[in-house]
Design a protein around this ligand. Structure first.
Ligand SMILES: [Zn+2]
Length: 127
C-alpha cells in the first residue's frame, strides 16, 4: 500500500516524463462521472500543480433504499486511478462506509447473503 507521500512522489516522477499536452489529453472523465458533481481540474493537472489541486471525479447519487444512496468517486489524474464506492444515509454528512471499487462487489454479495439468512423463517427458533 502506498503512503500519500510515496504515491505523490511516484506520480510526480510519472508527470515529469509527460508533456503538458499529453497530461491534458490523457485526462478524461470516467463513464460514471457526472460533470455537475466532478471537481476534476485538467488545467491544474496539465500545469503540474500539486495533486491536491487536481480534484476528483464523482458520480451523481445512486439511490439505494430507505434514503440511503451511493456515490462513485476517484481521483482525477492523467492515468487510471482507484475507484471508491461511498455509502451515505439520507442525512448526508460523511460517508458511513467507503469501499475500494474491487471490494464493493464481494461486500454486496456477502451482505446479500446475510440478508437472505435473516429473512429465512424455517421455524427453528420460537417467536
Ligand atoms: Zn469527472
Amino acid at each position: 500500500m502506498h503512503t500519500g507521500r510515496a504515491l505523490e512522489t511516484e506520480r510526480a516522477v510519472c508527470m515529469s516524463s509527460m508533456t503538458d499536452r499529453e497530461a491534458e489529453s490523457n485526462h478524461r472523465h470516467p463513464a460514471w462521472c457526472d460533470e455537475r458533481e466532478c471537481s476534476a481540474n485538467p488545467e491544474a493537472i496539465a500545469g503540474k500543480e500539486p495533486m491536491s489541486n487536481w480534484g476528483r471525479h464523482q458520480s451523481g447519487r445512486r439511490e439505494l433504499a430507505f434514503g440511503m444512496y451511493a456515490v462513485i468517486t476517484g481521483a482525477a489524474a492523467p492515468w487510471p486511478t482507484e475507484v471508491y464506492v461511498q455509502l451515505y444515509t439520507r442525512f448526508g454528512g460523511d460517508p458511513v462506509l467507503e469501499l475500494h471499487g474491487p471490494d464493493a462487489g464481494p461486500f454486496a454479495a456477502a451482505l446479500s447473503a446475510v440478508v437472505s439468512e435473516a429473512l429465512v423463517d424455517d421455524g427453528a427458533v420460537p417467536a
